[in-house]
Design a protein around this ligand. Structure first.
Ligand SMILES: NC(=O)c1ccc[n+]([C@@H]2O[C@H](COP(=O)([O-])OP(=O)(O)OC[C@H]3O[C@@H](n4cnc5c(N)ncnc54)[C@H](OP(=O)(O)O)[C@@H]3O)[C@@H](O)[C@H]2O)c1
Length: 322
């Protein structure tokens, strides 16, 4: 049986005809991204499934037959900035509009030490934030040209931490060159970064018709965290039935993204954090979630840090600031 207080996108949102509109969903072959894609296709949209394993995208796409919309699988490895640039170039050659960019992919590196992307970035923040940062910046002109359009980026409840331990981006060492590495702290920090980026980008895009949102999808029964070693995979398998009553189906976990991509209300709150309800918030007041809601973590609401993070990110991904 599912959880009682799951937030669902309303019927009007989920029945809009979006024929002719074009979306990109990163990590569309699995979990939240797959169910986000499926709903966009149900409503007639065209979805570019931006995946590092296009064969996995083609495999899951077999379940789309009969849906009104259409899809194209295109290769995107967010842990390789060259791949991000190649994806953006190919997309811009093939498409002349982009109505919604869902920066959905993410991972936590399980059971190992520090891992680095091809460009030497710490992998967790490299994929969840830096890869999506470059992707978004390269597609911004098309988003503006297609306005009203939307960009969403996935965060997580864990960004919030607790009153005693609020996570933060470490501007002085974003990629763990000198700090001690911890998988879960790195994941939480990456998810603070995605919230800050949505905030900063919204401010920069004021008046353009392009709006942004960051999203906590819920506790999804997806493939998340399944990349660990055998011991971790066994622990995850044992935990899954025990946590079933507190966690969400992938369809439920796609609701917040769908609300942010399709509802009439979400653009009125550009830059905000939208959260599914979650027992995992240590702050009681947050447990019911909110579309939008204020993060309880002051490090995730500070515009000065957001601006500094984005300024540093241009250099890190090798982009010129406009
Ligand atoms: N599950 C949860 O409870 C939960 C909670 C809060 C937030 N989130 C966030 O929700 C988002 C979706 O996660 P999920 O639960 O749907 O997990 P998932 O089933 O593991 O899906 C993650 C997706 O990200 C893709 N990905 C990972 N590394 C990539 C890379 N280098 N380049 C391109 N794609 C890459 C994966 O591709 P492969 O299939 O090739 O690995 C997969 O398609 C993530 O950002 C996650 O952090 C999840």
């Amino acid at each position: 049986m599912g959880r009682k207080n799951v937030l669902w996108a309303d019927e009007r949102t989920l029945s809009k005809d979006i024929s002719g509109k074009v979306y990109i969903v990163t990590g569309a072959n699995s979990g939240v991204g797959l169910e986000t894609t499926r709903q966009l296709l149900k409503q007639g949209g065209h979805v570019v499934m931006a995946c590092r394993r296009t064969n996995a995208a083609e495999e899951v796409a077999q379940s789309f037959s009969g849906l009104k919309g259409s899809y194209k699988a295109m290769r995107l490895d967010l842990a390789d900035l060259k791949s991000v640039r190649e994806f953006a170039t190919e997309f811009l050659q093939k498409y002349d509009r982009l109505d919604g960019l869902a920066c959905n992919a993410g991972l936590v590196t399980m059971g190992g030490g520090l891992q680095r992307t091809k460009d030497g970035l710490e992998t967790t923040i490299g994929v969840s934030y830096f890869g999506h940062f470059l992707l978004t910046e390269l597609l911004l002109d098309l988003l503006k040209k297609s306005a009203p359009s939307r960009m969403i980026i996935l965060s997580s409840v864990v960004h919030a931490g607790s009153k005693k331990n609020r996570h933060m981006v470490h501007l002085e060492d974003l990629n763990y060159t000198t700090r001690k590495f911890n998988n879960f702290a790195a994941y939480s920090e990456a998810k603070v970064a995605t919230i800050l980026y949505a905030m900063e980008l919204a401010k920069r895009l004021e008046g353009t018709g392009v709006t942004t949102a960051s999203v906590h999808p819920g506790w999804a029964r997806s493939n998340f965290g399944s990349g660990g070693n055998l011991l971790i995979r066994m622990i995850m398998a044992i935990m899954r039935p025990l946590t079933a009553s507190m966690s969400d189906s992938n369809e439920e976990a796609a609701q917040t993204s769908l609300h942010c991509l399709l509802s009439d209300d979400a653009p009125k709150h550009s830059g905000a954090y939208f959260s599914q309800s979650s027992v995992l918030y240590s702050d009681k007041v947050c447990k019911n979630g909110g579309w939008p809601m204020t993060s309880p973590n002051p490090n995730a609401t500070d515009m000065d840090t957001a601006k500094k993070l984005v300024d540093a990110s241009y250099d890190i991904v090798g982009l010129k600031k406009n």
